[in-house]
Design a protein around this ligand. Sequence first.
Ligand SMILES: Nc1nc2c(ncn2[C@@H]2O[C@H](COP(=O)(O)OP(=O)(O)OP(=O)(O)O)[C@@H](O)[C@H]2O)c(=O)[nH]1
Ligand SMILES: [Mg+2]
Length: 655
Amino acid sequence: MSNQTFEQQIGEYHQWRERLTGAIHAYRDWLDQTGASDAMQDLRLYDLAQIVVKDRLLLAFVAEFARGKTETINALLSSNFKSRLLPVEPGRTTMCPSEIFWDDSEEPYVKLLPIETRKRDDSLDMLRNKPLEWVNLRLDASSLDTMREALRVLVAKKEVTLGEARALGLWNDEDPDTNQIGANGMVEVPVWRHALINYPHPLLKTGLVILDTPGMNTLGAEPELTISTIPNAHAVIFLLAMDTGITKSDMDIWTRYIRDGKTHKLAALNKIDILWDKLRSDIEVNAMIQAQVVSTARQLGIPPADVFAISAQKALVARIKDDPILLQRSGILRVEEMLARNIIGMKQETLRKNVIGEVSELGKGSRKTMRYRIASLRGQLAELEALRGQNSEVVESMLAKVMANRRLYEESIGTFNEGYRHIMAQGETIMEQLSLAAFDEMVSRSLKKIGGSWTTHGLNQGMRSLIKEAGAMAEKISREAQGLSDMGESLYLLFHNRHGFERLRPRALDMADFHQTLQSLQTRTDEFCDRLVNIMTEKHFLVRKFYYTLVSEARKEFEQAEHMARSWIGNLLTPLRIQINEHKTLLDRRSDSLARVNENQFTLQKNLEEVTTQLTTAQNQCATLDRILLALMTTPKKIEAGQTTIANPGETVTA
Ligand SMILES: Nc1nc2c(ncn2[C@@H]2O[C@H](COP(=O)(O)OP(=O)(O)OP(=O)(O)O)[C@@H](O)[C@H]2O)c(=O)[nH]1
Ligand SMILES: [Mg+2]
């Protein structure tokens, strides 16, 4: 078991990402310095580095109210300042979902989205890009008290009329018990719909994003949270409390929003401290906790090793008072360890697959080019050596041979340029189909199908139309891309046959992720329609919100597919173009050098020296490249995925 803290491990992960971006930029510089840079490839490398820079790790806390979500977050964040940051109170506290993260491009802030934005169709995702919709409060990170005071906005609520509550979709006719109605007949609603908290905490500086959510009612009323944010989180922590046991609404949240998701999930059985009692022995307490863990695991249908017995409150107290024994006893360390090992391991794996894989492919291509350059320079040296003491006819005939070679090569370049232009033009027609304008047209056709009927039937019709159109378009694009790929391959073949280039095959355009997302949108629509019967808010409102949430997700997916396809088209011939340029430079140098020797035999020695210098430079560059590629592959060992050993939950509490 590692004895590193969560913060150290996550810090290590952050450093690893920084080393990774460092290696990618070093590779870009290397390409530039060696003259092997290619604009399209450079753009792609920049994109890949940005994926690493922008990498975020979203940890979502989901549970019924008062289970201790916010207190657990306070405990996680408290190792750096000895205080409770977010407001925690008995009963319902957190009124709106809050994302806590660090973005160094802005000063610390709390941005709040007014609840009234629920009356509009804009999805939360769209609203994120509209700064004017948010109320922006500066956070004074240097004063804890001021900051805590500012964060009290998260619990703000207000009273509105029944009509207003209905308009906001926050009134539930079917289950009146869930409504917060006062004696005066007014309805209590949150002031804010969503909060973004930008705070320079070391844990958050590493790219960790924490999502705190309010209990059941809001979860049901904000489809974006349950359709997109929670399923897209890297881990969900589901909290239960020892004092309440597992209630029906706890089970509802678990089965509706968490159980079937692919996200990594773990359950925390909070408030174990209520069992700590001087009259009970530690053995008794441990046995009670262990029994609860086992029964919780059984009820949730997960292994007992995924249920963690904790006391968030004692963890916070322990950190504030610097009490390692209490901290250990609180069980929080094991949760942190689990998060560090599993989630970070998983994220590393994703970056390895998505970024390192592609950069190393490019790097290997560059190595081949360098080896080719080295071999050609050696050939050129041998050629010049062989000319020592030879008469001018020999030099002339060799020069004639090289010149003929060069002419043949120039013809091939002409063919390449023609093919390249053709492929790029065809590529443009593909891109037009993938434009956002084309997507928006699909959406308006789908809206026509719904025709203002926000029922599950209308929703199904509308979604089916959208998914069908988008799917058909993706298939058409895949076919057309295959055509482009075949054209590209014939150019690769030409250079292989005529000039002995390595026989490469262009990568295929992979639309599988796009198809899969469309498929999942359909599944989620079906599930939503099945479940709607049980949902505790006004249905038409929810159907409409659900539709726009899915559209917004599909739009994002579309944008990504467009970006990916553009990069694919742009890079279809890149490896060949790089080889062509390299070959041309070497042929030019060779013919120039021979021409000079032909003019004046005395320059032979100078030419030999020049080529020797070029050879040494190329060899050094090759060694530098190897070092860069090695740095790219290096991964910190401690947080590798798949090594998690989870101790028996009964061990959590050691008195
Ligand atoms: N005894 C005990 N009480 C706790 C513990 N964690 C939280 N509490 C108390 O439980 C209550 C609710 O805690 P919160 O952290 O606000 O719970 P929440 O899940 O965020 O609740 P909402 O924000 O309303 O959804 C507060 O009174 C806390 O002091 C714990 O480990 N032990
Ligand atoms: Mg809370």
